[in-house]
Design a protein around this ligand. Structure first.
Ligand SMILES: Cc1ncc(COP(=O)(O)O)c(C=O)c1O
Length: 405
């Protein structure tokens, strides 16, 4: 069997693989706890459900325009005005099947083979693989000072004549950190001067805590005409708890959007009209669900962080947003894949290995589940890792016995 180089080199998404493994264990009746999840547990907004149902009931579900329906684009224009205080035009928008596809077609439209694309570590698992799918070279920038916030110096040192784009994800998956507005300003101005694209992956920008806000990239660009290098990615997956609806979008200059639409037109065509109807319902409907999810997550974060702080030897950073925290477990095991496997095998708690996000020795722990799962999950981790733990732990009527040191 002959498989292409891209086919051979494409790595499986470890986060998706672990999610599948979790589902299998759960179906077998194992008492597993998911502390690795990447989606909120709340229901989709009722306005999304009524909108999609009404359209489905017409029985007429046709192809959508390649770059999205005009009604959906109007919803995105409104969203952009509400969140970024900027009026964009329909030609500045492409609607895709999830923020993931919006990112992918953006990369395909700007990257040539051998071009480099920078992103800061820790980073979302898909960035390097997406770059490779374009034949481009992924370059991770790891802050030299060991923090989760890069310095301008870290970025500048990694820019070469091949650099075509920089991806910024704030608040960040997996660290939950918001990058300071001053840094975003510096990066955007630097990129504009050098003619490098800036891709702002803003998918978590509504899920922020402690009254903090993410920077508005529009504040720092001189114009949004065909010379603009700014690309903003967003979607309904996280803020509206609509991961399965697969609707995301990109904002960019009109010429680039046209190129992206041409690519998307041969890949998937426009995203399903039904799912766009649901997205329109969510964006134009009552917004209280977003705030209620945000406050639930903030509360969950507080519980998780105080529990983790009580764990000896781990280094915890308080996330500003998202539903993840990235915890340094290197005192227990420097190999995060081994540690994650150990916790799943011994105490049935799923965490995500930090190495997949570009930093070894860390685990990504999510707080999008229930408080009960957070409390019990961290208790089990503590029992597994603390050598002073009692020899036995009961999960329901199942007895776990420590057979390790
Ligand atoms: C940083 C980041 N960007 C993009 C996405 C993709 O979102 P969507 O579900 O809209 O494809 C995710 C999903 O996990 C993410 O974490």
């Amino acid at each position: 069997m002959s498989i292409s180089l891209i086919g051979k080199n494409a790595k499986e998404s470890v986060t998706l693989k672990l999610n599948e493994m979790f589902a299998i264990l759960k179906a077998k009746g194992e008492p597993v706890i998911h502390l690795g999840g990447g989606e909120p547990k709340s229901k989709a907004p009722i306005d999304a459900i009524t909108a999609i149902t009404a359209h489905l009931n017409t029985g007429e579900v046709r192809y959508a325009p390649v770059d999205g329906t005009i009604e959906m684009k109007r919803a995105v224009i409104r969203y952009t005005q509400d969140h970024y205080y900027r009026k964009v035009e329909p030609e500045n928008i492409i609607i895709s099947s999830g923020a993931k596809q919006a990112l992918m077609v953006a990369m395909q439209a700007i990257l040539d083979p051998q071009d480099e694309i920078l992103y800061t570590a820790p980073y979302w698992v898909s960035y390097p693989e997406m770059a490779r799918l374009c034949g481009a070279v992924p370059v991770a920038v790891t802050p030299e000072d060991g923090s989760f916030i890069p310095r301008m110096k870290d970025i500048e040192q990694n820019v070469s004549s091949y650099t075509k784009a920089i991806i910024i994800n704030s608040p960040n998956n997996p660290s939950g950190m918001i990058y300071p507005a001053e840094l975003i300003k510096e990066i955007i101005e630097f990129a504009e001067k050098k003619g490098i694209y800036i891709i702002m992956d803003d998918i978590y920008h509504s899920l922020v805590f402690d009254g903090k806000k993410t920077a508005n990239p529009f504040d720092y660009i001189s114009d949004f005409s065909d010379n603009s290098k700014l690309i903003i990615i967003n979607g309904i997956s996280k803020a509206y708890a609509m991961t399965g609806f697969r609707i995301g979008w990109a904002l960019a200059n009109k010429k680039l959007i046209k190129a992206m639409a041409n690519i998307q037109g041969h890949q998937t065509s426009g995203p399903s009209v039904l799912l766009q109807k649901a997205a329109i319902g969510a964006i134009n409907g009552v917004q209280s669900g977003v705030e209620s999810l945000r406050t639930t997550l903030e509360n969950n974060r507080n519980v998780l962080i105080s529990k983790l702080n009580a764990l000896d030897g781990v280094r915890v950073t308080n996330p500003d947003g998202t539903f993840y925290t990235f915890v340094d477990f290197s005192k227990y095991d420097k190999d995060s894949t081994r540690l994650s496997n150990f916790l799943l095998e011994k105490v049935k708690v799923l965490t995500m290995p930090g190495v997949e996000f570009g930093m070894e020795g860390y685990l990504r722990i999510s707080f999008c589940g229930s408080i009960k799962e957070i409390n019990e999950g961290v208790e089990r981790i503590k029992w597994a890792l603390d050598p002073k733990s009692p020899n036995e732990l009961y999960i329901g009527d199942r007895k776990l016995v420590r057979d390790w040191k």
